[in-house]
Design a protein around this ligand. Structure first.
Ligand SMILES: Cc1cc2nc3c(=O)[nH]c(=O)nc-3n(C[C@H](O)[C@H](O)[C@H](O)COP(=O)(O)OP(=O)(O)OC[C@H]3O[C@@H](n4cnc5c(N)ncnc54)[C@H](O)[C@@H]3O)c2cc1C
Length: 305
């Protein structure tokens, strides 16, 4: 049996007590509006605090989980045991020459807009991706022909021993919606992007066009985790789901979007269990109809109730 009062007291010696919460409901911190409670929920405000937490977790043999904006995650209804770390206090963005540096808790959309303000091109593709910079690196997020891999120079991370190190983009082994960040156990603190000088109006026109495409095709009025499935080789997940007649199918408060078949929306206070059941139903139906296995892009973490 874990003594949380004792753990709390120990944590207050390494991290400001205003940055520690117990039994925090995670659905209040995820874009999907899904997720039970985190035993210990930390929002560190210095890199030293993050380092100390990593070392503490190791010493106490306690798991920790990083949360970005929760836009590619389904946190189960039973929540997450151990420590959950949210890096929302690290949201600074700056530019030096053609390099843009963004802290991991900044929204990648904010980084994209900052680049526009500085007349720098390269992050237009990210103007509508609702994740953090840390989550975008982890997933090698991409859209409309661009991806993080194309523009990332390097990242500052805390490694699993709690040390701050610099990784080059190639060190991260970025490929389609993956990186080796989970394998290495890195926590991304900062990302440095190599951009190219451009014309403000031209960059803005591209971003406006991509925003229009997104708003007209995606059900942005509801919480969701974006495209639930990866693109299966030779097919489009959304088309297969649409052709399976699944749009509008509901389990509890979760629904296969009628606007974009690749999205499952949290239409009416869905539980994670309902959302996950609907994902499985879609996978099973598409497999039966087209003999194609849909692989999830979205991650499922945590415990059942
Ligand atoms: C409406 C909508 C549209 C979307 N469109 C796109 C799109 O066009 N392209 C695309 O690629 N994705 C898209 N997504 C998915 C999602 O926004 C991206 O994958 C995004 O990069 C996830 O970032 P996040 O901060 O929300 O990460 P989370 O979902 O919070 O976490 C994802 C993973 O990253 C890890 N992580 C988060 N921060 C860090 C960190 N600092 N260090 C180490 N690990 C970390 C987490 O532990 C977790 O394993 C969309 C989602 C929605 C809801």
């Amino acid at each position: 049996m874990i003594d949380y009062t004792q753990l709390y007291d120990k944590l207050t010696t390494i991290i400001d007590k205003n940055n520690i919460k117990l039994n925090e409901l995670l659905k209040n911190h995820t874009y999907t509006r899904l997720g039970g409670k985190a035993d210990i929920f930390l929002t560190p405000s210095t890199y030293e605090e993050v380092q100390a937490v990593v070392k503490f977790a190791k010493q106490e043999n306690m798991p920790f989980t990083l949360l970005g904006n929760g836009s590619n995650l389904i946190v189960k209804d039973g929540g997450i045991r151990g420590i959950v770390i949210l890096l929302e206090n690290f949201n600074n963005i700056s530019v030096k020459g053609n390099q843009l540096t963004a802290q991991s808790g900044a929204a990648i959309i904010a980084a994209s807009r900052y680049a526009l303000k500085e007349h720098l091109s390269g992050l237009e593709f990210a103007c509508g991706i609702p994740g953090t910079v840390g989550g975008a690196l982890f997933m090698n997020a991409g859209a409309y022909g661009g991806e993080i891999k194309d523009v990332l120079d390097s990242a500052i991370v805390i490694d699993r021993d709690g040390e701050i190190v610099k990784r080059s983009a190639s060190d991260l082994e970025l490929s389609y919606r993956t990186s080796n960040i989970p394998e290495k156990g890195d926590i991304v603190l900062e990302a440095i992007f190599n951009l190219t000088p451009g014309n403000y109006e031209e960059i803005k026109a591209i971003m406006d066009d991509l925003t229009f495409k997104r708003e007209s095709k995606q059900p942005l009025e509801y919480p969701s985790c974006g495209s639930v499935f990866k693109r299966p080789p030779g097919y489009f997940a959304g088309k297969l789901i649409q052709d399976s007649g699944l749009q509008g199918t509901r389990i509890g408060g979760a629904e296969v979007s009628t606007k974009h078949a690749g999205f499952i929306v949290n239409k009416d206070n869905a539980t994670a269990e309902e959302y996950i059941s609907l994902i499985k139903h879609v996978q099973k139906t598409v497999k039966e109809k087209f003999d194609v296995s849909l692989e999830r892009e979205v991650k499922i973490i945590g415990e059942d109730l």
